[in-house]
Ligand binder design. Structure first.
Ligand SMILES: [Zn+2]
Length: 102
């Protein structure tokens, strides 16, 4: 197992894991337990991490992350149905499957 990426939020984690899976790279999310110690304010979330199951896929996975980061900067779409944000290139909400009118 090897840590690939520290995401800014849970949505990003889920999206990145989906992208990696679509490339045949098994990955999963882990919370950083050390950062949890900073949580004096209860609702602050620790930053989730994306880990690879196979160390040997690190280099290729890193490229996937780079490509993914260069495309996701184009913004996000707010879902009226469930109040989640999806990447602007999505046609459906990742969370509830609602279609976006664009
Ligand atoms: Zn939604």
């Amino acid at each position: 197992m090897r840590r690939l990426y520290v995401a800014a939020n849970n949505v990003e984690t889920i999206l990145l894991i989906e992208v990696l899976k679509s490339k045949g790279i098994p990955a999963f999310a882990l919370k950083d337990v050390l950062q949890g110690a900073l949580g004096e304010i209860p609702f602050i979330e620790t930053w989730p991490e994306v880990w690879l199951e196979q160390d040997s896929q690190y280099e290729i996975a890193k490229k996937v992350v780079d490509d993914w980061q260069s495309t996701k900067t184009s913004g996000s779409i707010f879902c009226d149905a469930c109040s989640e944000h999806s990447p602007s290139e999505f046609e459906l909400c990742w969370n509830c499957g609602a279609a976006f009118d664009t």
